[in-house]
Design a protein around this ligand. Structure first.
Ligand code: LMR
Length: 457
């Protein structure tokens, strides 16, 4: 059923094949009596000794760490007092500490004080209020898709879970099971879609020579994509590049996608983080919904509400008709139930509590804007520090790119040098999480970049 089997399946089964073949060889009557005897011995050995010495998992290879989350593993092992983790996209305060928003604490207090709350299973699709409010947040409260009940929204396990449920739904119910993802894209996308049952292809997105959008390449590649293919679009604050199309370019992309009957699948992991405005960051999604066409949207509350480990997100599928949306929802339940049965209560309850109360919502927008503004000021400070040092090269992309990340243009060797000599941790593609920087640590990073560029070439 899945068009592209994940490669580890092949590796896995070949390891099994090797073990079976070796056992068969031992048991082959034409092989030497000595080896046959050895095989018989091993088979008749005491069950206890073989139970103790041979693990049924001894063939399991050591897997590499995740390219993003593994950076934190390496950082945690480093005893240096000056170490700096700019790997994972997680917001830090000026003091370098994780932040729990005040409005989130307030919502949690309300939930704790509510004695009517129980811990029963919630429906497979999650909390109804959370789903409605999430749809309004991304599509706008006046969205025709919501008013006409053409959108189904299901609570999922943050952005990753929403993408995975969407992928599995498409693999089961959408004829053209190919998804085009931008180059580069968040590393997990490739695995999510392949394991979800889609064939993954790519389209040009980033131009290393300008450190900006490869708009022509994007139009050409999507223009030659097979009719009906799915296209992954980062709704805003593209990860890892921090490069987004302008609204005019989005409009051209929309026209191309609609004219080729391609199906847009938005990953919206940073609503509010790019510009500081929830509405402005949702514009690309809204122009696609306004044309009456269909699309999928995966939302995450990890960054914009700081609910990383609570795993709160939603998958919305916008359809052309309400009855279709309702049948789609019934099938999403069949995807979710055997995967994790139903989603957890706590994080989604926090989100719903904040989104339905106008005062708390307002407070959230202020805290969100403060996070976005701090990131923007880190861009300026880093840029100025590199200019002040006279670091060779053009660093203007640091202030042009937006969202959580700067795609520095530093290569693998330069990154390795910065980690070894300066204890600065970042992904090997040169991405740094601006949200992990502070005024205090900018000079250290600027020194490291300067040395990497001058010494490590
Ligand atoms: C990132 O790109 O750093 C974040 O989206 C965290 C993750 O899960 O990779």
């Amino acid at each position: 059923m899945h068009p592209q089997l994940p490669s580890f399946d092949a590796a896995h089964s070949s390891a099994i094949d090797r073990r079976i073949n070796s056992l068969l060889k031992h048991l082959d009557p034409s092989s030497s009596s000595q080896s046959a005897a050895a095989a018989m011995d091993s088979l008749s050995a005491s069950p206890t000794s073989s139970f103790q010495s041979n693990s049924v998992f001894s063939h399991v290879d050591q897997a590499p760490e995740d390219p993003i989350l593994g950076v934190t593993v390496a950082y945690n092992k480093d005893p240096s007092p000056v170490k700096l983790n700019l790997g994972v996209g997680a917001y830090r305060t000026e003091e370098g500490k994780p932040l729990i928003l005040n409005v989130v604490r307030k919502a949690e207090q309300i939930l704790v004080n509510d004695s009517t709350r129980v811990k029963e299973y919630i429906p497979i699709v999650g909390i109804a209020d959370f789903n409605k409010l999430s749809a309004k947040l991304i599509f706008g409260s006046d969205s025709p898709a919501i008013q006409e009940s053409r959108v189904t929204t299901v609570q999922c396990l943050s952005g990753t879970g929403s993408l995975r449920v969407g992928a599995e739904f498409l693999a089961r119910h959408y004829a053209q099971r190919t998804i085009y993802v931008p180059v580069p894209t968040w590393g997990n996308h490739l695995k999510i879609f392949a394991l979800g049952g889609l064939a993954v292809k790519t389209y040009r997105y980033y131009d290393p020579s300008t450190r900006g959008l490869h708009f022509q390449g994007l139009l050409e590649d999507l223009g030659s994509a097979e009719m009906g293919s799915v296209v992954l679009l980062h709704a805003c604050a593209h990860n890892p590049t921090g490069v987004d199309p302008t609204l005019e370019q989005w409009e051209q992309i929309r026209q191309l996608i609609r004219s080729k009957g391609l199906l847009p699948f938005f990953d919206s992991a940073y609503q509010g983080f790019a510009s500081g405005s929830l509405d402005a960051d949702a514009q690309p999604v809204r122009i696609f919904v306004a044309d009456g066409g269909e699309c999928l949207v995966a939302q995450s509350y990890a960054k914009n509400m700081g609910l990383y480990g609570e795993r709160v997100g939603a998958l919305s599928i916008v359809c052309k008709k309400a009855d279709v949306a309702s049948r789609v929802e019934s099938q999403l339940k069949l995807v979710i139930r055997p995967m994790y049965s139903s989603p957890p209560i706590h994080g989604a309850s926090i989100v719903a509590t904040i989104l339905k109360d106008s005062e708390m919502y307002h407070e959230w927008t202020i805290e969100l804007k403060a996070m976005a503004d701090r990131i923007i000021s880190m861009r300026q400070e880093l840029h100025e520090a590199l200019l002040a040092k006279g670091t060779p090269g053009d660093w203007s992309h640091i202030i042009k790119q937006i969202g959580m990340f700067t795609f520095t243009g530093l290569n693998k060797d330069q990154v390795a040098f910065m980690t070894k000599e300066f204890h600065i941790y970042m992904t090997s593609d040169g991405r740094i999480s601006m949200a992990g920087l502070s005024s205090r640590t900018v000079p250290h990073l600027a020194d490291a970049i300067d040395a990497a560029v001058k010494l490590a070439g």
